[in-house]
Design a protein around this ligand. Structure first.
Ligand code: AMP
Length: 284
């Protein structure tokens, strides 16, 4: 496994590999790797000749200084995991390497960055759009792998690839969960023991919501009233949003047609840690 910190060095190597006809899969991450990341890496390793993983905690996608400064950074552990998983190339640039100058450009993803994560984390998807565009231009992969865990981000990247004609095949990995249902996330490392015990309640709320939709045929309005009551029973949680959306268009729904594919997205604070999760309800 080769590790690069500099843009020009990784470009040299990847150009050589591309000229040799190698197909490249790319898994962008912010590090503190867990099974969710590993599942994306394994998918890429199966489907490509070369797998590149980037580890970069992107400062411009954070809206809260505390979230950025406390984001877990574990480079040695991560490199071990990557080596053991069979990753070929790691890109771990500094912030100065990625942003020699402050970006001037800004993205507008229309409704995609006005709702949910876009609404509650100002500038988040602009930061994601800029860093992912830069990484795509640096790595120039054939395929890129993103997780269902960040479903709205997936939709934003899909839009980015289509609008800017990136010649990249976007692939999707299902959310990997702990045994108790908690979606794996690097931020889970910041939970106290007591918070960690409460944390699966977010996924339980989504399962409860799924039941209200598929079995009880409740309206989105009624579900959005009941779900917060479910979470209130779990100390330490503050629900930020719950939304029911059409999977394809990612538009919030006012009424539900169970024949269509639906996604329920939620974000909540557990103490100071912000957790997000979602559940997909397949249409009939
Ligand atoms: P992050 O390091 O949190 O920026 O995540 C890097 C990639 O891993 C993103 O495409 C995420 O959607 C994906 N990811 C994060 N957590 C999970 C998970 N629990 N299951 C599957 N993919 C995940």
């Amino acid at each position: 496994m080769d590790t690069f910190n500099q843009v020009h060095k990784i470009r040299e190597t990847l150009t050589r590999l591309k000229n040799d006809g190698k197909k490249t899969g790319f898994v962008p991450t912010m590090g503190a790797l867990h099974e969710g990341h590993i599942s994306l890496l394994k998918k890429s390793i199966r489907e490509n000749d070369i797998t590149v993983c980037s580890i970069f905690v992107n400062p411009i996608q954070f809206d809260r200084e505390e979230d950025y400064s406390k984001y877990p950074v574990l480079p040695e552990k991560d490199l071990n995991i990557l080596e053991n998983t069979g990753c070929d190339i790691v890109f771990m640039p500094s912030a100065e390497e990625v942003y020699p100058e402050k970006p001037v450009l800004s993205f507008n993803f229309r409704h995609l960055d006005k709702i949910l994560e876009g609404q509650f984390r100002e500038g988040h998807f602009n930061g994601v759009g800029i860093v992912v565009s830069k990484l795509f231009n640096i790595i120039q992969p054939h395929r890129a792998y993103f997780g269902q865990k960040d479903i709205q981000q997936f939709k934003v990247i899909d839009c980015l690839i289509k609008d800017l004609s990136f010649n990249i095949d976007l692939r999707y990995g299902a959310t990997v969960r702990e045994e108790d249902g908690l979606a794996m996330s690097s931020r889970n490392l910041r939970l106290s023991d007591e918070e960690r015990k409460q944390a699966p309640a977010l996924y339980q709320m989504l399962l409860y919501t799924k039941n209200l939709i598929t079995q009880e045929h409740n309206s989105p309005e009624s579900i959005k009233k009941q779900a917060p009551d479910f979470l209130k029973k779990h100390p330490g949680f503050t629900l930020e949003y719950i939304e029911i959306l059409d999977f394809k268009t990612f538009q919030p729904l006012e009424s539900i047609n169970i024949e269509n594919k639906i996604v329920v997205c939620a974000a909540a604070y557990l103490g100071n840690v912000r957790l997000i999760d979602n559940i997909i309800i397949d249409g009939k």
